[in-house]
Design a protein around this ligand. Structure first.
Ligand SMILES: [Fe+2]
Ligand SMILES: [Fe+2]
Length: 291
């Protein structure tokens, strides 16, 4: 089937129609993540409220404790309770961890019997991009570091939805990305007429994510086309490119020239700084792997 690819200027509503006609209903956001996001946005909410939400999910509580005690945070004393973890990390960072656990859950929805669609690789790629986006935020003077982390973490959230809805065809795309190194979004545009970035933006919109997240997810493969939040979108876009260059995830390209990336130009990052930042990102991702 030949489908005309949507142009960058095609209205979102039209792309939505295209996707809805082929991808069925978009999934709901995990309940725990909704509660946690709501609480961390509410100025009146206390660390204790957040703690209560987390403690309803023992696996999540254990994961938070594992992360806070990992080499990433280099704490002198061991943290053994959720309330202590919230006090040490702060509400924003704990929200990021909850969102990571939720992303893992969403990625699981892409697993279809008979097709191993690489949930683990996708999560490593997503988490790594979150870590990279946070470091890039720091180095480029962007104050919303956890927001940058979330954008990196969520940037490919459209992929599991495509996997779930088109298991056979998406398995074919993944095999080609893995085997030949062609980019996901290029193959998706050829096959569906839209990419995981379009789907991700729609899901983020459905979940009532802040506009900046919708923008960054939707334009992460064409960051200068972001409607409003170009800096944040460039952070997510460059973080993704770093993961491809570090070969973390399905798409691998060691020869990718980060300095030629449009986001590097926008953020004014030259080759020396990019090398230095890539080193810091590599260490941070490795520290997580030990967690
Ligand atoms: Fe992507
Ligand atoms: Fe990606």
């Amino acid at each position: 089937m030949t489908i005309t690819a949507p142009s960058a200027t095609m209205p979102l509503a039209h792309v939505l129609k295209l996707i809805a006609s082929r991808a069925g209903d978009l999934p709901p956001m995990p309940a725990l993540a909704v509660q946690a996001l709501h609480l961390t946005k509410d100025a009146k909410a206390s660390a204790r409220d957040l703690q209560r939400v987390i403690e309803r999910d023992q696996a999540l509580a254990a994961r938070i404790l594992r992360i806070v005690n990992s080499p990433m945070f280099a704490l002198k004393a061991k943290v053994s309770t959720v309330s202590h973890a919230v006090a040490v990390l702060g509400m924003d960072a704990v929200r990021s961890i909850i969102m990571s656990a939720s992303v893992q859950q969403i990625l699981q929805t892409g697993v279809v019997k008979g097709h191993d669609l690489g949930t683990k690789l996708l999560f490593e790629h997503s988490w790594g991009a979150g870590v990279a986006a946070r470091i890039l935020a720091e180095r480029t003077g962007y104050s919303g570091r956890e927001e940058a982390f979330l954008c990196g973490l969520m940037h490919d959230i459209g992929k599991p939805i495509l996997m779930k809805n088109f298991p056979e065809r998406y398995a074919g795309i993944m095999a080609e990305v893995y085997g030949r190194g062609t980019a996901f979004h290029t193959l998706e545009m050829q096959m569906f007429g839209f990419s995981h970035a379009h789907v991700g933006a729609l899901v983020a919109e459905k979940w009532n994510f802040p506009k900046q997240l919708i923008d960054a997810i939707g334009a992460h493969h064409d960051p200068l086309a972001a409607e409003e939040y170009t800096h944040l979108t460039c952070l997510a876009s460059l973080a993704n490119a770093m993961m491809v260059k570090m070969e973390i995830g399905f798409e691998k390209n060691r020869d990718l020239e980060l300095q030629a990336h449009p986001a590097a130009g926008f953020l004014n990052l030259g080759p020396t700084v990019l090398d230095e930042i890539s080193g810091a990102v590599g260490l941070a991702v490795a520290a997580h792997a030990e967690a």
